[in-house]
Design a protein around this ligand. Sequence first.
Ligand SMILES: NC(=O)c1ccc[n+]([C@@H]2O[C@H](COP(=O)([O-])OP(=O)(O)OC[C@H]3O[C@@H](n4cnc5c(N)ncnc54)[C@H](O)[C@@H]3O)[C@@H](O)[C@H]2O)c1
Length: 445
Amino acid sequence: MSDTYLELANSALGKKLFSAMGLPEPVTLRRENPELPHHLSGRVLVGASLGAVFADQIGSLLQGTAMELSDPLATEKRHLIFDASGIATADQSAELYEFFNQQIKSLPSCGRVIVIGLEPSAAENPEQGAVQRGLHGFIKSLAKEIGRNGSTANLLLVNKGGDAAIEAAIRFLLSAGSAFMNAQILRTNAPVASMEADWQRPLAGKTLVVTGAARGIGLAIAEVLSRDGATVIGVDVPQAEQELVQAMERLGGVALPLDITSDGAAPILRNFCSAQTASLHGIIHNAGVTRDKMLSRMTDHQWNMLMQVNLGSVQRINAALLETELLDNGGKIVGVASISGIAGNVGQTNYAFSKSAVIGMVETSAASCAARGITINAVAPGFIETQMTAAIPFVTRQMGRRLSSLGQGGLPIDVAEVIGFFVSPQAAGINGNVVRVCGQSILGA
Ligand SMILES: NC(=O)c1ccc[n+]([C@@H]2O[C@H](COP(=O)([O-])OP(=O)(O)OC[C@H]3O[C@@H](n4cnc5c(N)ncnc54)[C@H](O)[C@@H]3O)[C@@H](O)[C@H]2O)c1
């Protein structure tokens, strides 16, 4: 689905016209080069508060990339990282202000701002915990100020033991893969499994399941995981078998036509996986449907059918997999929620319930999964250009696109890249996170 407004705004004539008329001019976002994914280049300036604990670690991890460290006094364009972990008092917050007040103008188009702070439980005292919480408001406001030129700002909060896991998070947030992840709070915990570090093909030799893989976001997830070296078991309804088989043949994956709500679907899927591999690296619960209606006019079929696709089958499949050791010691479970499950939406009581429950699944299972070396996380996409959103009436569709700080809808690949990060072995310290992939949509922000 093309966004004509975005295309016009980025054409030579459109740029002049839009600027003369004072219209918002969203920037075409920089995305991963499929030939050279995860490649980090450009310049980055790293700043730190007094008493910051991660700045040295960040400096040395950047040396393992093609990025160049920039000097505070240089005038060149650069991405900005600020380690705010030492900020413990209201007075000291001025260090954050000073860094960004002086440096924010040096951000390039599609630039990256990353602020690093401490989870309240990792702070030394309640006063520092409270001050660190201020970083949430700061990053969300800054993201609104810089979104116009395609730049994003995200906050990385480090929990006790989470310092061992910040490299994957910082690399991802700096990369083009995080193009539509904006104003988010990403948390790192102590890694739950070993972290092999193949930064170029992190999923080489791994097998993962993607449900709803025949089209849309699910197909993009399958493509990104294959690009990163994985063998994908693609699942979709029997009616979509032809598209599914074609996609899996193209990607070197395996097609499993299966309605995930059908009788016995969970054990069928589990047994299929066991026959393919002794160690399943992950499952992405992407299959989902909408059945929008005002509640007073919604039929019980519209409620129940949707709930089984979006929630019931997800829980049954997780239970079936977790009865075995297929996912233990390094496995990944990823849910696909929605900002509708965070903010609510007219005509979507059924959908929002199911997607909120997907978030609940992450919140309630993270600890038990961690104990088995498994991570569980979810994405909550905002407006993404797919067949699902193409069906939205024209005016609502235009509004859905423009209501984000980046002034546009996301692409399926933007959701897929965040999921690719969640399932990379290096992200073993990313557990219990729900990340919106919405460009900072004002809905429920
Ligand atoms: N498109 C968006 O803007 C958006 C926003 C937020 C969340 N999401 C979520 O992202 C996911 C993918 O959405 P999409 O836009 O790609 O949708 P889509 O309709 O294009 O694709 C969904 C896929 O799931 C499959 N599927 C549906 N029911 C199934 C079943 N019972 N068994 C097996 N497969 C089944 C469909 O056949 C289809 O291939 C969904 O969970 C959706 O709720 C999408």
